[in-house]
Design a binder for this molecule. Structure first.
Ligand SMILES: Cc1cc2nc3c(=O)[nH]c(=O)nc-3n(C[C@H](O)[C@H](O)[C@H](O)COP(=O)(O)OP(=O)(O)OC[C@H]3O[C@@H](n4cnc5c(N)ncnc54)[C@H](O)[C@@H]3O)c2cc1C
Length: 419
């Protein structure tokens, strides 16, 4: 239906992923939800063997040079599996992005290539007990340079893959005296070693089976060559990493919302009340209309952000940053309301485990919290909006619509002096 948004190559790859998603065993999803699985390596291995991981990366690293738009389409497909599998699938793109952009040849060979093949598992360790939204101001994990190594001490929490991943992109303080918090941190590729201990495996409302953990780093020795990007250049690495982080979570949320819409459309066609299918009641079918419209408006901004990443990411990263933040905000809020409406349409049975709506609802709630909370998205969006709309360059090109008011000449009424 949305193929017109994609090139023939993108459609082809999307269809391959769709087929792969159809083949995923429902038992895996159930075992993950029961927390009998803490890290589904078999899923990533199978996707890697099918050549379906890290599709956006160049073919020399095992990808297919897919566009960001293509990746959004692919993530929509994977999103129907729920948040954990789509997160783990998307992590290849998220963790792979800074390695692809800032990594050395050796880093690409050692981490990116096997990760894309589904043989090595990467995760991101950004959040700490003391720092979530305020990554640059409050991160306490330190990396000290000593004899050709960085020695890392600290802790990270809520790390998906904390239990099963082989390596982590870790942000740590290397420049504690920096006046500007943006110059405090560096990014590292840290392999799981003795000095890293899984201190807590969190019980979560949803998004289960990903081994979300708190990890403690005690004198973890990381070779200097595992510095990712410039020393004290964590801000740059982070901002680049947040492009796939937010696009992947936005597009995945659309897929999850679609799964709920499909169930609600089917159920409301079959289920009868007052002598007719419930879909004939406006109270039900208008909900379906609103759900479809909310999904499509989210899809609109997600594809727009992806197109921006394809075309202007290098020249105008700030615009892309705003758009991916809008995409993440709109798509995750749409997904939450769509899945909730689907539950309403199913009535009592929607609240039970007979249908997967209750699991999807538990999953999508996280969308508004992780990969930067939606308040943080709003913070970025308002900041960029004020900056752009108040810039002399912008104002010079735009019509001054304030002059179109009947009382436009009453200047002293518009902006009176204030204390
Ligand atoms: C299941 C799960 C999986 C996760 N996976 C990962 C992972 O793999 N790797 C990783 O590094 N992290 C991960 N996270 C962490 C997640 O990204 C953080 O929880 C999130 O960024 C918020 O940080 P916090 O929990 O410390 O909340 P805080 O930063 O303490 O925020 C608390 C509240 O204050 C609000 N707030 C903070 N600052 C502002 C502000 N300036 N303006 C307005 N409101 C503000 C927030 O929006 C929020 O509502 C995961 C979290 C969960 C729950």
């Amino acid at each position: 239906m949305y193929d017109f948004l994609l090139s023939p190559e993108e459609v082809k790859v999307r269809d391959e992923v769709r087929e792969f998603v159809r083949s995923v065993d429902p038992e895996l999803i159930k075992r993950m939800d029961r927390e009998e699985v803490v890290f589904p390596k078999e899923f990533l291995r199978a996707a890697g063997e099918a050549g379906l991981l890290g599709l956006r990366f160049p073919s020399r690293y095992g990808g297919r040079g897919l566009s960001w738009v293509g990746e959004a389409a692919v993530m929509e497909e994977v999103g129907v599996l729920g948040f954990t599998l789509s997160c783990l699938y998307g992590l290849v793109s998220i963790v792979g992005e800074p390695i692809n952009v800032f990594g050395t040849k050796e880093q690409k060979e050692r981490y990116l290539e096997p990760m894309v093949r589904g043989e090595l598992y990467g995760a991101e360790a950004i959040t700490e007990p003391s720092s979530g939204s305020d990554v640059f101001g409050s991160t306490m994990t330190r990396a000290e340079r000593r004899n050709g190594y960085f020695i890392i001490n600290g802790q990270k929490r809520f790390v998906v893959g904390g239990v099963g991943a082989d390596f982590f992109v870790v942000y740590a303080v290397t420049n504690p005296k920096a006046r500007d918090p943006r110059e405090r941190l560096s990014a590292f590729l840290v392999e799981r070693t003795e000095g890293m201990k899984v201190a807590t495996i969190y019980g979560t409302m949803g998004t289960r089976g990903g081994g979300t953990a708190r990890i403690v780093f005690r004198d973890v020795k990381v070779p200097e060559e595992n510095l990712l990007g410039p020393l004290h250049g964590g801000y740059k690495v982070f901002n680049r990493m947040m492009v796939p982080e937010r696009l992947v979570s936005a597009a995945g949320a659309i897929g999850t919302a679609m799964a709920a819409l499909e169930i609600a459309v089917n159920y409301s066609t079959v289920r009868r009340a007052f002598g007719r299918p419930i879909r004939e009641f406006q109270g039900v079918n208008f909900k379906i209309a609103d759900m479809a419209s909310r999904i499509d408006s989210a899809r609109g901004i997600v594809y727009m952000a992806a197109r921006a990443a394809d075309t202007i990411l290098e020249d105008n990263p700030r615009v892309v940053r705003r758009l991916v933040s809008e995409a993440k905000l709109v798509a995750t809020e749409a997904a939450w309301s769509v899945v909730s409406d689907a539950m309403q349409i199913l009535g009592g049975i929607g609240y039970t485990t007979v249908f997967p709506i209750e699991r999807l609802l538990r999953d999508v709630r996280l969308g508004m919290i992780w990969t930067g909370t939606n308040e943080v998205m709003r913070m970025i969006i308002q900041h960029e909006t004020y900056r752009e709309l108040l810039s002399p360059e912008y104002r010079r090109k735009r019509r001054n619509v304030e002059l179109d008011a009947l009382g436009a000449h009453l200047e002293e009424e518009k902006y009176p002096e204030q204390p």
